[in-house]
Write a protein that binds this ligand. Structure first.
Ligand code: PD2
Ligand code: ZN
Length: 280
């Protein structure tokens, strides 16, 4: 995944962008020279940090999105250290349900490390850019730093391989616990462009472009992840996960989704949000 970015390459990218070449054209040249798209994206993200006037993001039409390689309708995908099952796919919204994404030991390990750090869930507040207690989410949660422990680090690499998106573009893993009666009312995961706090949030990695919700512990009843616009309900089966992406921050993506109330037992999930650029 990691290819070093030399000063020469950086200089070449700067000159190409300054000359008005598009990001897709650069990506094609880089690919022809043997670079992975993820390395190109990382180089562009690093460039943008140093040369904001180049407006790399503004030149990037959101054509390159995270997602698994479904070419040839595979039943399994090699995610580096694990053979992940493709259980269900949908095109609009883009939804993919994965099986065998985490081992039972990984699920247990994440729960054990998170349990001692749980607090009533906060969400990023687009009105101010701060965090607030959200009445729509009655679960408890916490965030791991990226690469915080071995399980987190291993899982992040697996997700990067599976979804073909650099580890550096992902937020830290969020863990949520839903007790009986807890739910997460339908919402969008992208930041509302109309809210005044959104530009502040976007400075750090740009928009969210995709979500992967992974089920660590299944409740006895209830707790599906629902997509009300398309009548889809994903059962929270341990070790599986649901991926969905949104190429613009707009309801037209049909990615309205929620966590249905848990009726019995406890549901635990891990959520990985992917940004359009490096999330520092
Ligand atoms: O736990 C869920 O099923 C769920 C539903 C909707 C999680 C999220 N959203 C999220 O973490 O954004
Ligand atoms: Zn969500």
């Amino acid at each position: 995944m990691s290819q070093a970015i030399s000063p020469e390459l950086r200089e070449w990218l700067v000159s190409q962008l300054a000359a008005g070449h598009s990001v897709p054209a650069l990506r094609a040249s880089m690919r022809a020279a043997g670079w992975q798209d993820s390395a190109t994206d990382l180089a562009l993200a690093q460039l943008e940090a140093g040369f904001p006037h180049l407006e790399v993001a503004a030149k990037t039409p959101r054509t390159h999105m995270p997602g698994p390689d479904l070419e040839g309708a595979p039943l399994y995908i090699d995610a580096g250290d694990r053979r992940v099952q493709v259980l269900h796919t949908m095109r609009h919204p883009r939804v993919v349900v994965f099986g065998n994404l985490l081992s039972p030991e990984e699920c247990e390990g994440l729960i054990a490390a998170a349990r001692v750090r749980l607090a009533r869930s906060l969400t990023v507040e687009t009105r101010t850019g701060g965090e607030v207690l959200n009445v729509d989410r009655t679960s408890e949660g916490m965030f791991f730093e990226r690469g915080e422990n071995d399980i987190v680090s291993r899982l992040e690499k697996r997700i990067a391989a599976l979804l073909r998106w650099p580890v550096e573009f992902g937020e830290g893993l969020q863990i949520l616990r839903y007790a009986p009666g807890a739910q997460y009312r339908p919402h969008y995961d992208y930041f509302d462009p109309g809210e005044p706090g959104t530009p502040t949030i976007l400075k750090r990695g740009g928009q969210r472009v995709a979500t992967l919700v992974m089920y660590l512990q299944e409740p006895e009843q209830g707790g599906a992840t629902t997509f009300p616009d398309v009548g889809l309900e994903v059962a929270p089966v341990r070790g599986t996960g649901v991926f969905f992406s949104y190429d613009e921050p707009d309801p037209a993506t049909r990615t309205l989704h929620g966590g249905a109330p848990v009726l019995a037992g406890e549901k635990w999930v891990a959520t990985k949000w992917l940004r359009e650029r490096e999330f520092k």
